[in-house]
Ligand binder design. Structure first.
Ligand SMILES: [Zn+2]
Length: 529
C-alpha cells in the first residue's frame, strides 16, 4: 500500500503585533497532529506562515519608522523563534511577500479575470481595518465589526469583485455532502444559515486605498487583498501554479486548522476560488474555539501573563504544550488563566505523571540495583493494567483522527491514574520488606516500567522532551542496539512486555517540580506590562 500523505496547515498569522498564547495554541495543535501522523508513518507536510500585506501592516510599520518589508522581516525572525521555542516542527513556512507567492497570486488573478470570475465595479461599505473586511449596514447595525468589534470606516472605492454568487449551488452541495466539510458541525450550520441560505454576494477582492500588497497585473493601481492573497498561500506554498512537485504530492489539504473567526473566508470564499481554478477542495476545515482570558477574548490589557516566551521560560515547553492541548476541548472555547496553568502543572504533571515515574524508578533502584530479576510472580491485576493500556492506545488513535487533543490526553491521563492506583493496590513498599515477596515485587515494578514505556510513546506527539526523560530514568534506549527495537516508534506502544531489565535505572530529577501556587501567581503579577 502506498504511504498515506497528510497535509495540515495553520492560518498564516498577521504580524501587526507580537503573537500571543492564542496563536501558539493553534500552531501547537497542528504540530501535535503532524507529529502524530508522522509517527503513524504518513508522509506529512505541515505548513504555517505569515500574512504580511495590508493596510494595518503598512500603518504599523510607518509608526515604527520602518518600511513594511523591514517590519515584516523582523517579525518573521521573532515568529520563527517562537515556534522553535515551542518545539514546533513545520515543513513549510510561507510568507506572502515571497517572490513566488506574489507571482502566483498575480497569475491566479489574471486567470480569474480571463475567465470572467472577476469584474470591475465599485464598493460602498463599512470597512474594518484590522480584519480588512467590508460589511454592509445590515451586517453591522451598530457600526462595529461583527468579527472583532472594532470601529468601521465608511468607505467607497473602485474595486474588482469575485463572482462568489456563481458558486452558490456548488458550495451548498459541498456543505450537504455526507462527510462534513466543516467541523465542528455547529460551525457548518452557522455558515449555511447565515450566508448560504440568504444567498452569497460577490466579494470585493482588490483595494486602492493602500499599496502594500500584490499589485493587480492588469490594473496596477489595485492591490489584491486578503482573500485571494492570503487564502491562496495553501497552494502557492506547494509551488502552484508552475512548480508542481509538492503540489501534486500533497494537495488537497487534509485539514486546514483555523480559528472560528475566519471560518467564513475559509469555508465559502476559499472553496469557491478553488472551484474557479478547477482544483480539488480541501478535505476538511476545522474551526477551533478561542483560548479566552477570564474576562473575555484575549488581549494584552487583561492582567494575565500570556506571553508564551515568559511561560515557556518559567515552566518549560512541555508543560505549556500540555496545558494548551489539555485545557481546551478542541472546537469549543477554553479559558486561559495563570492559575489554571499552574494547577494543571501541579496535579497532572508533577503529581500524576511525575510521581508515577519517580516512585517506580526509586523502588527499582532501591530493591533491585542490578536490574529486575528474571524470577517474577505475576497476578491478574498486572494483566488488567496492560489491557487498559491497549484500550488507551485505541482511544487515543480514535480521538486523534477527530483532532480531539484534549480527549486524547484525558485518555492517557486516565491510564496514568490507573497506574498510580495499581501502586496503591499492590503496595510494593510492603513487598520490599520480605525477600520472599521480591519475585512478586519484581513483577509489579516490571508492569509499571513497561506501562511507563508505553505511555512515553503515547504522549510524544504532545510533549517533545518528556518521553526521553522517562526512558532515561528507566534505562530504556531510544533504539535497542541488539534487538533493533525502536522504543520511540508508535507501534512499540501497542506491544506489551518490550521493557528489558537493566542496571541503568536511576532516580533522576523530578520531571515537573511542584509549584507554590500563591508565590508563583504573585511572581507572575510582577511580570505584567
Ligand atoms: Zn474587525
Amino acid at each position: 500500500m502506498a504511504q498515506d500523505k497528510y497535509y495540515i496547515t495553520t492560518p498564516i498569522y498577521y504580524p501587526s503585533g507580537q503573537l500571543h498564547i492564542g496563536h501558539s495554541y493553534t500552531t501547537v495543535a497542528a504540530d501535535a497532529m503532524a507529529r502524530y501522523k508522522r509517527l503513524r508513518g504518513a508522509d506529512v507536510f505541515f505548513l504555517t506562515g505569515m500574512d504580511e500585506h495590508g493596510q494595518k501592516i503598512q500603518r504599523t510599520a510607518e509608526k515604527a519608522g520602518m518600511t513594511p518589508q523591514a517590519f515584516v522581516d523582523a517579525m518573521a525572525v521573532d515568529i520563527k523563534a517562537l515556534w522553535e521555542l515551542l518545539d514546533v516542527r513545520y515543513d513549510g513556512f510561507i510568507r506572502t511577500t515571497d517572490a513566488h507567492h506574489v507571482a502566483a497570486v498575480q497569475a491566479i488573478v489574471q486567470r480569474l479575470k480571463d475567465q470572467d470570475d472577476i469584474y470591475k465595479g465599485s464598493y460602498e461599505g463599512l470597512y474594518c481595518t484590522p480584519c480588512e473586511a467590508f460589511w454592509t449596514p445590515s451586517q453591522a447595525p451598530e457600526g462595529r465589526c461583527p468579527d472583532c468589534g472594532g470601529p468601521l470606516e465608511p468607505t467607497e472605492e473602485s474595486c474588482y469583485f469575485f463572482r462568489l454568487s456563481r458558486y452558490q449551488d456548488r458550495l451548498m452541495d459541498l456543505f450537504m455532502r455526507e462527510d462534513p466539510f466543516v467541523r465542528p458541525v455547529s460551525r457548518a450550520h452557522e455558515m449555511i444559515n447565515n450566508f448560504l441560505k440568504p444567498g452569497l454576494d460577490d466579494v470585493a477582492v482588490t483595494r486602492t486605498s493602500f499599496n502594500w500588497g500584490v499589485h493587480v497585473p492588469f490594473d496596477p493601481d489595485h492591490v489584491v487583498y486578503v482573500w485571494i492573497d492570503a487564502l491562496s498561500n495553501y497552494i502557492t506554498a506547494l509551488g502552484y501554479p508552475d512548480q508542481l512537485t509538492l503540489f501534486d504530492r500533497y494537495w488537497p489539504a487534509d485539514v486546514h486548522l483555523i480559528g472560528k473567526e475566519i471560518m467564513r473566508f475559509h469555508s465559502l470564499i476559499w472553496p469557491a476560488l478553488l472551484m474557479a481554478l478547477d482544483l480539488p477542495i480541501p478535505k476538511r476545515i476545522f474551526g477551533h474555539g478561542w483560548l479566552l482570558l477570564k474576562e473575555g477574548k484575549m488581549s494584552k490589557s487583561k492582567g494575565n501573563v500570556v506571553d508564551p516566551v515568559i511561560l515557556v521560560d518559567k515552566y518549560g515547553v512541555d508543560a505549556i504544550r500540555y496545558f494548551l492541548l489539555r485545557e481546551v476541548p478542541f472546537g469549543a472555547d477554553g479559558v486561559f488563566s495563570n492559575q489554571a496553568l499552574i494547577e494543571r502543572i501541579n496535579s497532572d504533571l508533577a503529581n500524576d505523571l511525575g510521581n508515577l515515574l519517580s516512585r517506580t524508578a526509586a523502588m527499582m533502584v532501591k530493591t533491585f540495583p542490578q536490574g529486575l530479576p528474571e524470577e517474577r510472580i505475576g497476578d491478574p491485576v498486572d494483566e488488567e493494567l496492560d489491557e487498559e493500556a491497549d484500550r488507551t492506545l485505541d482511544e487515543v488513535e480514535g480521538h486523534m483522527e477527530q483532532l480531539e487533543f484534549s480527549l486524547s490526553l484525558e485518555a492517557i491521563w486516565a491510564q496514568i491514574g490507573r497506574c498510580n492506583k495499581y501502586i496503591d493496590v499492590t503496595m510494593p513498599w510492603i513487598l520490599a520488606r520480605e525477600e520472599a515477596d521480591h519475585p512478586r515485587l519484581a513483577a509489579v515494578l516490571y508492569t509499571l516500567a513497561d506501562n511507563l514505556r508505553r505511555l512515553a510513546v503515547m504522549i510524544s506527539p504532545f510533549m517533545i522532551r518528556t518521553p526521553a526523560l522517562i526512558r532515561d530514568q528507566l534505562g530504556i534506549p531510544d533504539k535497542d542496539p541488539v534487538s533493533g527495537t525502536d522504543y520511540t516508534a508508535w507501534e512499540s506502544a501497542r506491544q506489551r512486555g518490550l521493557y528489558r531489565a537493566n542496571d541503568q535505572v536511576r532516580k533522576g530529577q523530578a520531571l515537573f517540580p511542584r509549584i507554590d501556587v500563591e508565590k508563583e501567581l504573585e511572581a507572575l503579577e510582577t511580570l505584567l506590562p
